[in-house]
Design a protein around this ligand. Structure first.
Ligand code: ITT
Length: 202
């Protein structure tokens, strides 16, 4: 089960919204990461009710149709005052095909009137690496980033819910952090560094 990579080893990144892809490429210590769009891979339906299930679905689909090892990120935001919503549907909270701005506005609407102390939230990231589509023992790495939801957006870096995610250590939103600083703190940064260790230990 050796996954020691040659420098030429290619890995498919399942799906991959552009915001995620940049962050993954900045941290992952593996060879060539190729976006799924370069292969004939049909979209996988994310039918799981957990981040882990959905990451496995995406990675397995990319490995199956791309015939290479595959990596998938499934991530999202959990808000305590909303019983964990938007959770696994973070990318489509305001409906299928909704934009980051639509989702963010829906979140602010749902939290209207909720006091600061009750706006606690966390970003979750699960990254799955599958050596092939039938891999019975995928590598699974996870990261969590605790924060709070602001009452209005601030900043223009990052993507998704970054403009409303308050980072208390730096007294600003996640969208006001530089990309490099976000990577040192974020759920995705933590998961990717854990994955690097898992890959190195193979
Ligand atoms: P894939 O193409 O990789 O499937 P996705 O964005 O469509 O990406 P996900 O189901 O993983 O699919 O949803 C993740 C959503 O969670 C993402 O669209 C954002 O709205 C939010 N999110 C995740 N990580 C984030 C981050 O670092 N900053 C802001 N929002 C984030």
């Amino acid at each position: 089960m050796n996954t020691a990579f040659s420098p030429q080893q290619r890995i498919i990144l399942a799906r991959g919204n552009p915001g995620k892809v940049k962050e993954i490429q900045a941290i992952l210590a593996t060879p060539l990461i190729l976006p799924q769009s370069q292969f004939s891979v049909p979209e996988a339906e994310e039918t799981g009710s957990t981040f882990i299930e959905n990451a496995i679905i995406k990675a397995r689909n990319a490995a199956l149709y791309g015939h290479l090892p595959a990596l998938a990120d499934d991530s999202g935001l959990i808000v305590d005052a909303l019983n964990g919503a938007p959770g696994v549907i973070s990318a489509r909270y305001a409906g299928v095909g909704s934009s980051d701005a639509d989702n963010l506005q829906k979140l602010l609407d749902e939290l209207d009137g909720v006091p600061d102390a009750e706006r606690t939230a966390r970003f979750i990231c699960v990254i799955v690496f599958m050596r092939h589509a039938e891999d019975p023992f995928p590598l699974i790495a996870q990261g969590v980033w605790e924060g709070r939801i602001l009452t209005q957006p601030a900043g223009s870096n990052g993507f998704g819910y970054d403009p409303v995610f308050w980072v208390s250590e730096h007294h600003c939103s996640s969208a006001e952090l530089s990309p490099a600083l976000k990577n040192t703190l974020s759920h995705r940064g933590k998961a990717l560094r854990q994955l690097n260790q898992l890959l190195a230990a193979q």
